[in-house]
Design a protein around this ligand. Structure first.
Ligand SMILES: C[S@@+](CC[C@H](N)C(=O)[O-])C[C@H]1O[C@@H](n2cnc3c(N)ncnc32)[C@H](O)[C@@H]1O
Length: 237
């Protein structure tokens, strides 16, 4: 599937507006890893640009307040998350990584076991073993607010995709899985049913100040350039 086909499928699967998702995704020019190295803006090990666009579009469409990233590496997915939060004027991102710079330098399972925070959006991109994926989903899904979204990376990868999908299944969840060209990694996505008694946030109500980002200096610099581009584009639109 190409990016727009993926977004149309996601819109059907988790009840979002496809045109809105496509409009948001097209505004994200941050990029990411790409096997064509002339197109890569982040190193190997990062998410692909199209996957960053999907995360960005999901965040713009659902306006999450508390976002969690498990597996930060060199800041690619974090940059997409930060840019979406900036444009939304709502939300704060928390990153956890066992080895790379993050808000919490610790094991993802240990973090989820000890944190009392509830989340609206969780992006998991750790070691892609069946066991770790299972343990993370088992702990993370109960900490999702109604309507909250969890996404795992590499769910369609020829090497580790089967582990990721088996881990999600072993945790008891049936994810929607997408492979979006030119990526060979893929995303697994699951949305908690909405609580129909609670009004979802709207752009008008999204006025809470954002928490200052704690990305690395290099990522923060890249982010500033990207966010300026986003805002210039939105102003022109
Ligand atoms: C594929 S990279 C993440 C890429 C990142 N999402 C991006 O797009 O830039 C995987 C990251 O997960 C981290 N990691 C692996 N196992 C972990 C664990 N048990 N808890 C927390 N982080 C872990 C690694 O240190 C590494 O930085």
């Amino acid at each position: 599937m190409n990016l727009h086909e993926t977004l149309r499928k996601i819109a059907i699967d988790i009840n979002l507006n496809p045109d809105e998702l496509i409009r948001y995704a097209d505004a994200d020019t941050i990029g990411g890893w790409n096997a064509d190295e002339t197109q890569a803006t982040f190193p190997c090990g990062s998410i692909w640009g199209v996957e960053g666009q999907i995360l960005y579009a999901l965040i713009c469409a659902t306006l999450p307040e508390h976002l969690l990233e498990l597996g930060a590496f060199q800041g690619c997915s974090r940059t997409h998350l930060d840019a979406a939060v900036y444009v939304n004027k709502l939300g704060e991102v928390t990153s956890v990584d066992i080895a790379y710079e993050a808000d919490y330098n610790m094991d993802a399972v240990e973090f989820l076991s000890t944190s009392k925070q509830m989340w609206d959006f969780i992006f998991e991109d750790t070691n892609h073993s069946m066991e770790l994926t299972r343990d993370i989903w088992k702990l993370a899904v109960p900490k999702l607010n109604p309507g909250g979204i969890i996404v795992s990376h590499d769910a369609m990868h020829f090497g580790v995709g089967a582990n990721v999908r088996a881990g999600i299944g072993a945790a008891g969840y049936a994810s929607h899985n997408y492979l979006t060209a030119p990526s060979d990694c893929g995303l697994a996505l699951w949305r908690k049913p909405l609580d129909t008694t609670v009004k979802p946030p709207t752009r008008k109500s999204a006025t809470k100040p954002r928490k200052k980002s704690k990305t690395s200096k290099a990522a923060a610099k890249r982010q500033a350039v990207v966010v300026k581009t986003q805002i210039d584009r939105m102003d022109k639109a």
